[in-house]
Design a protein around this ligand. Structure first.
Ligand code: ZN
Length: 374
């Protein structure tokens, strides 16, 4: 591996646009909470633990490969604010597209990252908030449309895939149908069901998903290995092929968020449908340098214009930093190998890097490019 890949952030790499992430905690976390955010002891005992000790240790003044115990001790000594500032500001990210669960505060994360932030609207939360604020069920459809127009979000996200975890036997497929229900049906659901019942009704998610697309908002569909209700949910994008086909002519992008371990299927779908994009979020930070294989699998098939960088970082800044470092190492390493083999010329390699790191996300999310990314 050339020297270029030995450093955490090559200085000639364009600054990243993080297409899907969440805020980090500003609190000094107890060790168990930190390990929990990391993914539990199973994650420590896997490539994600290796990558944490290798790449995050030097950022908090430890030698690479420091023990987890030493890492936790040094993290406590520095405090969350300083750790967050170091990790986020050194990730080399210019823009964060933030999915902000209710009750979290994005301001501290954005300030620590020294980045611009862009807001993602959670469709199901938006509808419930409008109802809670007194919107009549019969007026909800129009109120959602107005809110989507005025919200200022660069994307919408549906919890259909995650919610499917709560319903035994369901995946995101049945949760996203092929035809938006009538406004009257949407109003009936708003009037007649409890919030928990609505969330188990595919019509609810489908109406909202199409409303977002019709408002011109790209739709993020989280699919990946979500842990919910005590078990893993392996959201297979094959399950939403009918939805992808039905949404192809709506003029807005659909982004398959974190499709691992079904990334090859997602890559094929991006090849098949011009509006389908995929991001490589959680896996590049969880898989360490082995995630280069995942990146290679994806770009074996997927058009380069449909691949987005995203950290899917949440809770701890280590996620955001590791994703940024490991995505560059994975993609950079794969392309370097292709250049060495004279399969790809340097200019094409640079173009792919710039597209997947930055330009594709700016195009999909409509982020202006006044910052040139260096
Ligand atoms: Zn996420």
């Amino acid at each position: 591996m050339p020297d270029r890949w030995r450093s955490a952030v090559p200085d000639d790499w364009p600054r990243l646009v993080d297409g899907h992430c969440h805020p980090v905690s500003s609190e000094d976390l107890p060790d168990e909470a930190f390990v929990g955010y990391l993914g539990g002891h199973a994650a420590v005992d896997a490539m994600s633990g290796v990558a944490l000790r290798r790449w995050c240790s030097p950022v908090i003044d430890l030698e690479p490969h420091a023990s987890l115990e030493a890492y936790l001790e040094r993290r406590r000594a520095l405090g969350a604010d300083e750790v967050n500032r170091r990790l986020l500001s050194r990730a080399g990210v210019s823009d964060l597209v933030v999915d902000e669960p209710t009750g979290t505060d994005v301001a501290a994360t954005v300030a620590a990252a020294d980045a611009r932030s862009h807001h993602v609207v959670r469709l199901e939360d938006l509808a419930e908030r409008l109802l809670a604020d007194g919107t009549e069920p019969g007026a909800l459809a129009d109120a959602v449309r107005v809110a989507l127009d005025e919200d200022g979000a660069v994307a919408a996200t549906t919890l259909a895939g995650v919610q499917a975890a709560a319903v035994p036997g369901l995946t995101a497929g049945p949760m996203l149908g092929t035809h938006p229900p009538l406004d009257a049906t949407f109003a009936e659901l708003a009037a007649g069901a409890e919030p928990a019942e609505r969330r188990e009704d595919p019509r609810w998610h489908t109406w909202l998903a199409f409303a977002a697309l019709d408002a011109g908002l790209p739709l993020q569909v989280p699919l990946g290995h979500v842990l919910a209700h005590g078990g893993p949910v392996l959201g297979d994008p094959r399950a939403i092929v009918p939805f992808l086909r039905a949404s192809a002519d709506r003029g807005a992008a659909v982004v398959l968020v974190n499709p691992y371990p079904h990334h090859q299927v997602a890559a094929v779908l991006a090849r098949a449908y011009p509006h389908v994009h995929l991001d490589l979020g959680r896996i590049t930070r969880a898989g360490g340098d082995l995630s280069a294989r995942v990146v290679a699998d994806v770009i074996t098939v997927a058009p380069f214009s449909r691949l987005l960088y995203a950290s899917d970082g949440f809770g701890i800044a280590e996620h955001h930093y590791l994703a940024a470092v490991l995505f560059r190492r994975a993609l950079g390493g794969v392309l370097h190998e292709l250049v060495v083999r004279d399969e790809v010329d340097r200019a094409t390699s640079d173009r792919i890097i710039r597209a997947t790191s930055r330009d594709n996300a700016m195009r999909v999310y409509g982020i202006d490019g006044s910052d040139d990314g260096r």
